[in-house]
Design a binder for this molecule. Structure first.
Ligand code: FE2
Ligand code: FE2
Length: 186
């Protein structure tokens, strides 16, 4: 069953201090709700995919979790709103997290990885080191999803530059710096 629509708040920082906390809390709830019940792709989304990705790239996109698909389209739209018309960067925006697809990085893992990255990055690096036995495999896949996605994009026939942009999308000063900035801001 689809959930009732929950309108996004105007801004998490809007209003005076008490309403500000309420806005921030409401924003977090809305983000969680959106992650749990991502909307279906509509005609505009499908048009973006058809214009930006080759068929094999669209298959890679389709293998991603619905909330990752929504996130990738949001990154694409922010780049477009900033005036970006770089076709290879826009293709990378749609596929930058494709390494998480195919069930490699399950949704239940995400909060654990976020907390470890913030508070115990050394432990996360240790858990993600190769070779990864079965119990550490989810951490390995989460940590290395940029390289995994880049290899998948190369196999799908995306350009060498798009592959490079996906591979480096976690580097703030790297070739995909613009993609990194937008990705971090969402
Ligand atoms: Fe990523
Ligand atoms: Fe991302």
């Amino acid at each position: 069953m689809r959930p009732p629509p929950l309108a996004p708040p105007v801004s998490p920082r809007a209003g005076s201090p008490a309403p500000q906390r309420l806005h921030a809390a409401r924003y977090r709830v809305w983000q969680m709700w959106r992650a749990l019940f991502p909307g279906r792709l509509d005609a505009a989304d499908r048009a973006i995919l058809e214009q930006t990705l080759p068929p094999a790239g669209r298959a890679l996109f389709a293998a991603m979790a619905a909330n990752d698909q929504r996130h990738s389209l949001a990154v694409y739209r922010v780049l477009r709103a900033r005036g970006c018309d770089d076709a290879e960067l826009l293709a990378a925006a749609l596929l930058h997290d494709s390494g998480k697809g195919g069930g490699r990085v399950r949704l239940w893992m995400r909060p654990t990885v976020v907390l470890l990255r913030a508070f115990a990055p050394g432990l996360l690096r240790w858990l993600a080191r190769p070779p990864a036995p079965r119990w550490r495999r989810p951490f390995y896949l989460a940590w290395h999803h940029a390289e995994i996605g880049a290899d998948l994009a190369a196999a799908a026939g995306l350009s060498a530059r798009t592959v490079l942009l996906i591979r480096t999308h976690h580097q703030p000063g790297g070739p995909a710096a613009e993609l990194y900035a937008v990705d971090e801001g969402l």
